[in-house]
Design a protein. Structure first.
Length: 139
């Protein structure tokens, strides 16, 4: 399954993203194989130097709070997804610790990774992202 996802992302990056454009991914990469694949592709395309990965982090407690009170951005009404139950949220965090944290460590070691506090205001998250895109401050 990882290979299919990586192949699709690579195709999009190679054929749709121009050299002077960037990529904004949401929840990507989540596995070490994906992180290695995107890293190797960016190196091959000579775009690694201009690429930054952001980790917008919130605590497990905060994610639970947000997920059980999810709001539709268009209507402002509270919505409930089937996978927003407490046991499902715990499972997602377990998978995050098992699969995604190793990918984050890979990116931190091999790429430019900027960790942003996702519990601050939307405006401050945005400011931190803009600061990070300057490529001067990376962790």
């Amino acid at each position: 399954m990882d290979e299919i996802a990586i192949t699709l992302w690579m195709h999009e990056i190679i054929f749709r993203i121009r050299e002077n454009q960037g990529i904004l991914g949401d929840g990507f990469p989540r596995r070490v194989s994906e992180a290695k694949g995107i890293d190797e592709l960016l190196e091959f395309l000579k775009r690694k130097r201009n690429t930054v990965f952001f980790l917008i982090y919130i605590s497990e407690k905060e994610s639970h709070k947000r997920l059980v009170r999810r709001v539709d951005a268009a209507t402002g009404k509270e919505i409930k997804r089937a996978d927003d139950e407490k046991r499902d949220i715990k499972l997602r965090w377990k998978l995050y610790r098992q699969r995604t944290i190793p990918a984050i460590k890979y990116l931190k070691k091999n790429c430019r990774l900027i960790k942003i506090n996702g519990e601050q205001s939307i405006e401050n998250v945005f400011k931190d992202i803009l600061r990070g895109t300057s490529l001067r401050n990376y962790k």
